[in-house]
Design a protein around this ligand. Structure first.
Ligand code: ZN
Length: 241
């Protein structure tokens, strides 16, 4: 891995428009569970698989059950940024990184100091009344029992992209545009199996495509550099000059 880390450092040194594309693995190193890794726990406590609970039709049909799962599994408000989050913020501040594109909804990149973050799947930190549009902080959703309700009586829904819902067009376009203009694309903590991750990668035109993941991905053969390991340790080891 030492040789790979040296190559990563060299390319970071030479690049000025780095884009980082991250998946669930970036957050799991902050202690946030990947809800897609269905374990026995879910089956013991919930009558439905997480993919079904986190769908729009389930949200509409059983909002109370949705919110129970959501509060317990998706709201990890005590989680702290890890070295990967902090290094990316540092790279942006140094003028070397254009943006972070993330599939995570926890807001940890912003908490670490990142400013330009494309949250493909939305954020738990934004919540709106479905009737009048009033905004509510995440604490309101956390602390309200049952189904969170606006003063007007409408249901407060998190701005999180559920299964069956479309990605936000402006967010997707911003991410695509940054990836197209990138001189280095670092992909971390994702198997690239979840839509639209794989198609986003195809917009990259450069020759510094780096994949950092604990396990192999279908894109390893396309990458210019593959590093197997934890994203926090590997990105955290990069020096910003
Ligand atoms: Zn309302």
């Amino acid at each position: 891995m030492e040789q790979e880390q040296r190559t990563l450092q060299k390319w970071v040194d030479e690049s000025r428009r780095i884009v980082f594309f991250g998946g669930a693995g970036v957050s799991t190193e902050s202690g946030i569970p990947d809800f897609r890794s269905v374990d026995g726990l879910y089956h013991q406590k919930y009558d439905y698989p997480p993919e079904e609970i986190l769908s729009r039709s389930f949200f509409d049909a059983r909002p109370e059950e949705f919110n129970r799962f959501y509060r317990e599994k998706m709201l990890c408000l005590d989680a702290q940024p890890n070295p990967a989050h902090r290094k990316l913020a540092e790279l942006e501040a140094a003028g070397k990184l254009t943006s972070v594109v993330t599939q995570n909804i926890d807001g940890l990149h912003q908490r670490a100091g990142s400013r330009r973050v494309w949250e493909l799947h939305g954020s738990v930190h934004r919540n709106h009344c479905m009737r009048c549009g009033r905004a509510y902080p995440v604490e309101f959703v956390r602390d309200s029992g049952g189904v969170p309700r606006c003063a007007c009586g409408g249901i407060v829904k998190p701005d999180v992209v559920l299964y069956e819902e479309q990605l936000d067009g402006h967010t997707l376009q911003g991410a695509l545009s940054d990836i197209q203009g990138a001189d280095m694309l670092i992909i971390g903590g994702t198997s690239l199996a979840v839509y639209p991750a794989a198609s986003l990668v195809n917009y990259y035109r450069g020759h510094r495509l780096v994949l950092i993941n604990k396990s192999p991905t279908p894109y390893d053969a396309h990458a210019d550099l593959v590093i197997a390991g934890p994203i926090g340790e590997i990105l955290g080891g990069v020096a910003v000059v």
